[in-house]
Design a protein around this ligand. Sequence first.
Ligand code: SF4
Length: 251
Amino acid sequence: MLKIDRYRAFVNYFSEHQPEAVTELKYSNPYELLVAVILSAQCTDKRINQITPKLFERFPSPKDLAESTPEEVFQYIRSVSYPNNKAKHLVGMGQKLWNEFNGIVPSNIEDLQKMPGVGRKTANVIISVIYNAPAMAVDTHVFRVSNRIGLTNRAKTPLEVEKQLVRHLPAESIHIAHHWLILHGRYICVARSPKCDVCPLTWFCKYYQQSQTETALKRLEKAKLQKAKDGQKKKNAIKISKGLKKYEIDK
Ligand code: SF4
């Protein structure tokens, strides 16, 4: 299957079945999304959604974070991964956002990446979710699923995956394709044992097609071996039978 056809099948399927895919992080404004995405690194959205209501209640704006301390923020985020670092990042981000950007979340990745705790992935999430920009944030799900389906080819780093996806996806689908890949990776194309038996993408998934070919080849090999064994058994039986006949005649 040509790559262009695989991309077309991918976009067509999800445009029809998940036209409204969105992030599972709960937020009510760009600042809250920025906080939630910083917290979500190496952690589940479910866990983040459990702790953000109280965090947002105590720190409703970047000014509140800017005026706080990592020690205080830590109390609200202690159950997420790397709470010490993230508490420092949140306070630093609040200060930067409040002092240098008037509390307004920037719409470009260069400015976003100036903030503590904000790398390329987080910046891409913000501009694609908030501003619908054609940016692809590559997390572990996007990396794995796009590779399995065959949307990417020998991409070894998240940046390579990002570049290949952005190059081939229609510009207007890039921001939503990020959610399609994440949700598919979270619920069907899971890391250890992808649920191919219930996956609707098998007909164009490279991983599935390769695994089917491998299974068919293994079956063929097994059948050949069995045939060879049966042939040998038959030969042995004939040999024994001939031996017996000869034995009887000799008698
Ligand atoms: S067919 Fe299997 S490997 Fe391919 S996308 Fe679906 S679950 Fe993932």
